[in-house]
Ligand binder design. Structure first.
Ligand code: ADP
Ligand code: MG
Length: 699
């Protein structure tokens, strides 16, 4: 047996279990060993019932004597009681609230291990354990393996379908028993410096901690063995990323010249004084563009921090060097809006801009494509339509992707392939801690705008329940009388816009006819033809419409500084990041802005989201809360977003390990101890990268 042996070859894994493992992505012995315990219990204090002392944590092995759902008065609590006995003939009573399901599990005569805190019920004169952990000790593996389950620090695994922690423990043990000691692939010097246990020791101790183990460290994932495995997983990932980056730095690319004319044009374009943060990131971008290698840069900045103007500056650098620029946006509305915004900024410099979205006729598209292919248009702004095969550029020099989390890695590549090693700038308004960004976006360099334009007042966020909506209306009315504008937004339900659209239509009718008959109210949703969408946006922008009732099509990017109120209906249905994005549609001018969250039914998770939102307007804080509430997998979306799949490590919990791993990896790639060592690392990564991290290319 070795690490690559299929799990189905392991004794005790038949076709049924094999299929359950496979459904979880566990195929080989190595996969099983990477499926590490999520918790440990110290069951080394093995006692007989007669020796138990109240107050101690202890494990006993005992037989079920009687079991029942307790007295009819307490029936609705579903209190389940079982009494246990062992060779000492003493009795221990286990109690489980909401334990009715145990009736089918614990039957008289069964042998079990119980682990928990011993108490003395003086009323009944009994030793008890409330909610003890239990494990059935009958069946196939009793004799050979029962020493695995009690009398030691015991690993607890998350069940894999019907394969419970006990079965997993037996399998892990069996596999470790049949393997020859594993070689250690980490550089020896690194291991020595960081005092890491060797790989074989680490793997065994993660599954079966030695007797003197510190339970607290274990349950915080920081025992030396756990640390080593987490570190290792990050380390190889970071080595791969570092190799990718160092390779990118040797690729031929465009070295844009930052000559005098570029400066003049930027000056002529700027409608306001850039903030310090905007200046800083522009310098990072410009320096990067000047390098004769392709730029690969992520621009992070909270909603409203002013990323667009920085993108426009980068565009000028490219255009003044004789190149074209592509701007990719996730929605038609956003593409259209960028088009108008960029046109305002860049049109006055004499540049030609085109907008290309799916809703143009093929004849219109044909004409626009011709302009691009012949190099007559300098900037192309569009949606996915830009990625179509027959969209060609004469000389694409800079690709800009807005709201990059809406696009996958493949789409970024498709865009890049329209030029010869063009530079790329991707922008996101979902800010995350830097190390995380550096890892998740792998080979991207990161620039951060951490400052809002001057004169912004913090948005005031209020939460009201649906029955108080009249108060919201009268507030809206006051704001509109004061010359402001407002959004009222409905959630998209279950991926389909239809219901949200209906809700929005109904609300639009209600508001425009009954509540605000004398105020112009517009309606925007994804099903409108795109010229109608644009017209509505345009009217709202110009201030002809005072209230815009909308589905979440306005979630990203929309910029109307005079709008000061964002009312979000059924706010409990939105995710945190989405709420923050929506709120970011207001607070874009000098006036005080408000975000009003209206909720109907508020569950626990939604309550926490709303609290986070009321507590803070800081996108970094919100993103971290969101990550915590939802977990990295859901937060970052599908695999196509480029998120590496991690097994042992957890990108949130283990951030400080990630930082160490990244430092060590970067260092190793930059200053390898020897050519041979570097070759070994490269080969190792080539062999393991895709299997381990689900990432397709090392480059
Ligand atoms: P986001 O980062 O969310 O894309 P935008 O680029 O849309 O933000 O900018 C938000 C608003 O702030 C826009 O109306 C923009 O014109 C304005 N803005 C950006 N930078 C500045 C600045 N330095 N001074 C004043 N207003 C600015
Ligand atoms: Mg934007």
């Amino acid at each position: 047996m070795d690490l690559t042996t299929p799990l189905t070859y392991v004794k005790g894994v038949g076709p049924a279990r094999g299929a359950m493992f496979e459904a979880k992505g566990l195929l080989t012995v190595e996969d099983l060993l990477s499926y590490v315990p999520f918790r440990y219990e110290d069951r080394s204090n093995l006692k007989v019932i007669g020796q138990l002392a109240p107050g101690e944590m202890a494990t006993v092995i005992a037989e079920v004597r009687a079991a029942r759902i307790a007295g009819f008065r307490r029936r609705n609590l579903g209190l389940f009681e079982a009494s246990f006995t062992d060779a000492s003939r003493a009795i221990l009573v286990g109690k489980w609230f909401h334990g009715a399901y145990l009736e089918k599990v614990l039957a008289p005569g069964m042998k079990v291990a119980l682990y928990g805190k011993v108490e003395f019920d003086s009323y009944a004169g009994q030793l008890t354990m409330l909610h003890p952990e239990y494990e059935l000790l009958s069946g196939e593996d009793e004799d050979a393996d029962s020493a695995l389950h009690v009398g030691r620090v015991v690993p607890i695994y998350e069940a894999v379908s019907k394969i419970n922690t006990r079965a997993l423990r037996v399998l892990a043990h069996r596999v470790l028993d049949s393997l020859a000691p594993l070689a250690d692939e980490l550089p020896a010097d690194l291991r020595r410096r960081l005092k890491l246990p060797d790989r074989w020791t680490a793997i065994r101790e993660v599954h079966f901690p030695p007797p003197e183990s510190d339970l607290r460290l274990l349950n915080n994932f920081r025992s030396p063995a756990q640390f080593r495995m987490i570190f290792e997983e990050f380390f190889w990932l970071e080595c791969g990323l570092a190799l990718k980056r160092s390779k990118a730095r040797t690729l031929p690319g465009i070295g844009f010249q930052l000559h005098e004319r570029v400066r003049e044009q930027i000056k002529a374009m700027l409608p306001f004084k850039p903030t310090g943060a905007q200046k800083k990131v522009l310098k990072e971008i410009a320096d990067d563009m000047a390098e004769p290698h392709p730029m690969n840069r992520l621009l992070q900045g909270d909603v409203g921090s002013g990323k667009t103007i920085v993108a426009a500056e980068a565009a000028i650098i490219a255009i003044e060097n004789g190149y074209q620029v592509a701007v990719l946006a996730p929605t038609e509305i956003l593409a259209a809006q960028h088009y108008f915004y960029f046109k305002q900024l860049l049109g006055k410099l004499g540049y030609v801009l085109v907008l290309l979205t799916g809703s143009f006729t093929s004849r219109e598209k044909g004409q626009l494509k011709k302009l691009l292919a012949e190099g007559l248009a300098h900037v192309a702004i569009g949606t996915h339509a830009l990625l179509e095969k027959d969209v060609e550029f004469k000389r694409l020099g800079l690709a800009i992707v807005d709201e990059q989390h809406r696009f996958g890695v493949m789409q970024r590549l498709e865009l890049l392939q329209k030029g010869l090693h063009p530079d790329m700038l991707v922008m996101t308004a979902t800010p995350i801690p830097r190390t995380l960004a550096l890892t998740l976006y792998g080979d991207l360099e990161v620039s951060v705008i951490n400052e809002l334009p001057p004169g912004r007042k913090a948005i005031i966020t209020r939460h009201v329940t649906a029955d108080q909506v009249e108060r919201v209306y009268s507030f809206l009315k006051k704001q509109i009388e004061a010359g402001r504008q407002a959004y009222v937004v409905y959630p998209v339900i279950e991926e389909s816009e239809t219901q949200a659209m209906k809700a929005a239509e109904k609300m639009h009718a209600h508001l425009s006819r009954e509540v605000f008959p004398e105020i112009p109210v517009g309606l925007l949703h994804g099903r409108l033809p795109s010229d109608e969408k644009e017209a509505v946006m345009e009217h709202f922008k110009r201030g002809d419409l005072k209230i815009l009732v909308s589905t979440t099509v306005i979630e990203v990017g929309v910029d109307v500084p005079n709008a000061t109120v964002m009312v979000i209906e059924q706010a409990e249905r939105f995710g945190l990041a989405q709420l923050h994005q929506l709120r970011g549609r207001v607070g874009r001018g000098a006036e005080q802005s408000y975000c009003i969250l209206v909720t109907e039914k508020l569950g626990q998770a939604a309550r926490e989201r709303i609290r986070a939102l009321r507590d803070s307007t800081d996108g970094f804080y919100i993103a971290e809360m969101d990550l915590k509430l939802r977990g990295p997998g859901e937060f970052f979306g599908t695999r196509q977003s480029g998120l590496p799949s991690l097994r042992v490590a957890n990108i949130l919990r283990d951030q400080e390990v990630l930082e160490i791993a990244r430092r060590e990896a970067t260092d190793l790639v930059a200053h390898p101890p020897s050519e041979e060592e570097l070759r070994r690392v490269v080969a190792f990564i080539r062999d393991h990268w895709q299997r381990r991290y689900g990432l397709v290319t090392v480059g």
